[in-house]
Design a protein around this ligand. Structure first.
Ligand code: FAD
Ligand code: FMN
Length: 772
């Protein structure tokens, strides 16, 4: 086979050498526009897994690379006059030049033809090749020649960075955060050989422009950075090796995803590899790893399908199928890490204390969790747990410290014993809105199960405010009396607090019990609906009446009556439901609010009625008891609310006296396209908590202690609400404590025997588990 790799970066060179090694009959050319042994760039970092794969595939080059590697374990963060260090992180770094030189030499030894100083204009320059590899990097001409085939989706990210080097050697992966008059700058620094460290400096576009860096040449930028980072540089100079870049050397990262990776041009099969096909931000240092892993996988597919040209279509198809999964995973983690650095100045640097800032930074990709940090550096993590516990008012001794999710939390006059909330969940089991024995057993057992706060389902303010005929209500004394039974039971038998979520179904009302057809209108016994605008939820839903002022007054009075009744129940916490497309949510979302009066249009107008209700309720609720607001922080559709809008509303509720925002999302329209996944709504909570400066509840796919601990410890939320896992396991909190070996959490005294056995069984299972 005749193979041409266009671009002699890590992807092209490594693929060339592997294929030649495994099948010397192939004619392989690598065409590179630069001169031999000439490249720009400083050091790159690798993972242990990629190194292990390289050893398996080509021991010779792997040995040389390994020899040239610099290995380091520690991460050090310089922030607000502090220097904090943790260990166990395991990186290897190598100079990009050195890496390419090793690969080039190995190619030559094996008989790969290296053609330098040749700028290929397209794959059609090589009509005799059966296979053309587009390994020509981010600005790939090969890819750009077929935009309709490869469908590149390139997003230019807002931050600016400059990639410099220095001769000062650092013994840890070092991050230095510096505040200027115009915003924060951060340096990512790591040593990659005996003389040199990479020194990448990053900042926002605003800070970049405000400092005039766009008008400076490279020497000017270097002088600016040397001054800003003089402490960490300790007298060392910064150097550039990209003098070929004209004007400012500050770049924007481009995130690339391609719809397809291969194409047949009539003569040759063309396939993309490395940065030509996808990019991952340097915040997790994975670009070179991805390029190498691509080269290995493509080679592996030839080994599986055969080295004949007939095998090429099958090889390219499976290569893309397999690599896409890993690339998406890394891009996901890289995106989280990149976004962290994009917002670090306005979101974390000014608000978090150095200890929590460090924790937030270490877990920025959301791939490293609390328990993962424990494995990496137990001493550091335990020190952090002690710091966090002390901040939460726990007396810290020599025993195992309470992990973040089990620390208490105080708001106004209410203290929760821990940070776990049973999220509100409709049970559709009431009649005439009356709480009954089912609810007492259901909610009571979850209180016995160890959560700090137990919310009942959305509790409706009037009969026509219900979602279904089975929903709970609070509009009369008889209902309040049943609520008192529940609250008394919980307070007498557990340390949990009780929350009531007050709501009005709006246009999503008058529907069947969930198991009889969720969101489907009831066939008989329904009631008229109201909403912000006359927009039905489903095509076959009742068209709601757009509320007039008289409706608003009536519904406001209903909410206040519900609060007055709630006061008599002894409940500890009130939440106003402004999410999921129900009445108040229908005012907040532009998708459902089409009004042109003072209740529609701007944020201020859309929030006017929900805020009016909130204020009226807050005035009727005791001063020493907290009140939260649940928001849909993302409508997940074009034209709908985004997390930016949610932050604006959160600020308004904060100003109106809300104590906490419960950050949910969606269910506003059937056209939504949510992106689900582990902790998928936590970023909304993170944003609101740290940008608006109000406590939050994170909710959504939080299913184990490790998730909750990571969220609370990083300051992404103050509380974690857990819904479906509580349907599966009423004692979720107690069981999760046992699973992380925390035996100091008390179980109800009646259940003690069960506690010992449960813990003993877990311990036995752990010792019996085969060693990995
Ligand atoms: C600031 C910064 C820091 C980074 N840090 C890291 C890190 O720590 N770890 C990491 O793994 N990755 C890092 N990367 C990413 C890494 O540099 C790339 O992801 C990786 O080099 C991709 O390899 P590649 O072979 O696909 O492309 P490249 O390395 O870009 O190679 C492409 C080659 O093709 C050549 N070429 C382009 N067009 C033509 C043409 N028309 N004809 C002939 N030749 C052509 C180019 O000269 C180049 O040599 C970083 C990137 C940046 C910008
Ligand atoms: C059966 C069920 C009923 C629900 N009812 C309500 C409700 O009454 N009020 C509310 O705000 N959210 C309600 N939700 C949403 C949950 O409170 C929670 O936000 C969502 O299930 C995501 O959390 P999870 O991934 O832990 O389940 C309900 C969820 C379920 C599964």
């Amino acid at each position: 086979m005749r193979i041409v790799c266009i671009g002699g970066g890590p992807a092209g060179l490594y693929f060339g050498l592997l294929m030649k090694k495994l099948h010397p009959e192939h004619s392989i050319r690598v065409v590179e526009r630069n001169r031999p042994y000439d490249t720009f760039g400083w050091g790159v970092v690798f993972s242990d897994a990629t190194m292990a794969a390289m050893q398996e595939w080509d021991r010779e080059s792997a040995a040389e690379i390994q020899d040239a590697f610099n290995h380091w374990d520690d991460i050090e963060v310089w922030f607000k006059g502090t220097r904090q260090r943790t260990s166990g992180h395991g990186f290897v770094g190598i100079g990009r030049k050195k890496l390419l030189n090793i690969l080039q030499r190995r190619c030559e030894d094996l008989g790969v033809e290296l053609i330098f100083e040749t700028d290929a204009s397209s794959d059609l320059d090589f009509p005799d090749a059966e296979l053309v590899i587009g390994s020509d990097g981010l600005n790939s001409k090969i890819r750009n020649h077929y935009p309709d085939v490869f469908q590149p989706d390139m997003i230019t990210r807002p931050n600016r960075y400059i990639w410099l080097g220095t001769n000062k050697l650092y013994d840890a992966f070092t991050f230095d955060f510096r505040k200027t008059d115009h915003g924060w700058f951060q340096a990512h620094i790591y040593k990659f050989d005996d003389q040199t460290s990479t020194f990448i400096i990053e900042t926002t576009e605003e800070a970049y422009l405000a400092h005039g860096l766009d008008k400076m040449d490279q020497d000017g930028s270097i002088a600016f950075c040397e001054d800003l980072f003089r402490e960490v540089l300790d007298g060392a100079a910064l150097m550039t090796n990209s003098r070929h870049l004209r004007g400012s050397a500050w770049l924007n990262f481009n995130r690339l995803i391609c719809g397809k990776w291969s194409h047949f041009n009539g003569n040759s099969h063309v396939v993309l590899m490395g940065d030509a096909a996808h990019t991952a931000h340097f915040a997790i240092g994975s670009g070179t790893k991805l390029a190498i892993d691509d080269a290995i996988e493509l080679t592996r597919q030839f080994q599986i399908h055969g080295h004949g040209k007939d095998a090429i279509p099958a090889v390219l198809e499976t290569y893309e199928e397999i690599r896409r999964v890993d690339v998406a995973r890394i891009q996901n983690a890289a995106r989280n890490a990149m976004e962290w650095f994009e917002v670090v100045g306005r979101r974390y640097a000014d608000t978090l204390e150095p200890q929590q800032f460090m924790y937030s930074m270490l877990t920025r990709s959301q791939r490293i969790s609390h328990e993962n940090l424990r494995l990496r550096d137990k001493t550091w993590l335990e020190g952090y747990e002690r710091w966090f516990a002390k901040k939460s008012g726990v007396a810290v001794g020599n025993d195992r410290c309470l992990p973040p999710m089990f620390t208490p939390y105080q708001l106004r006059g209410t203290t929760l014993i821990n940070r776990i909330v049973v999220s509100p969940m409709a049970m559709y089991s009431a009649q005439d809105g009356l709480l009954n024995d089912f609810h007492i057993v259901h909610l009571g057992s979850r209180a016995l199960g160890g959560a700090g706060l137990v919310f009942a389902e959305m509790t409706c303010v009037s009969p026509d405010a219900r979602i279904t005929p089975g929903c709970l209500g609070l509009w009369n004394e008889e209902q309040a009396a049943q609520w008192r039974r529940l609250v008394d039971f919980v307070h007498t038998n557990s340390a949990a607090k009780v929350g009531i979520q007050i709501g009005h179904a709006g246009r999503k009302g008058s529907t069947r019990l969930a198991w009889d057809g969720i969101d489907q209108p009831v066939s008989e016994g329904g009631w008229p609906l109201i909403s912000a605008s006359a927009v039905p939820y489903l095509k076959n839903s009742q068209v709601p009446k757009a509320m007039d002022r008289a409706d608003m007054d009536r519904v406001k009075a209903d909410h206040v009556r519900a609060v007055e009744l709630a006061v008599t129940t002894g409940a500890d916490w009130l939440e106003l439901h402004c999410a999921h497309g129900y009445l108040l949510s229908s005012f907040l979302s532009p998708v459902t609010n089409l009004r042109d009066d003072e209740y529609g249009g701007s944020h201020e107008n859309r929030a006017r009625y929900p805020l009016e209700i909130f204020r009226a309720m807050r005035a009727a609720w005791p001063e020493d008891k907290p009140m939260s607001v649940r928001l849909s922080c993302h409508d997940w559709m074009d034209g709908g609310n985004t997390p930016e809008d949610a932050a604006i509303f959160a600020q308004m509720f904060k100003d109106a006296g809300a104590d906490l925002i419960d950050c949910s999302s969606g269910q506003v329209s059937k056209s939504e396209q949510p992106v689900y996944g582990r902790l998928f709504q936590t970023p909304f909570s993170d944003k609101i908590r740290n940008e608006v400066g109000i406590p939050t509840i994170a909710v959504g796919a939080i299913s184990e202690a490790d998730h909750a601990n990571s969220i609370i410890a990083a300051g992404r939320a103050d509380l974690c609400a857990v819904a479906r896992p509580h349907l599966a396991d009423p004692a979720w909190s107690l069981h999760e404590a046992a699973k992380i070996g925390l035996t100091s959490i008390a179980w109800p005294k009646q259940y003690q025997a069960g506690k010992y056995q449960y813990e003993a069984n877990l311990a036995r299972a752990a010792t019996a588990a085969p060693a990995k």
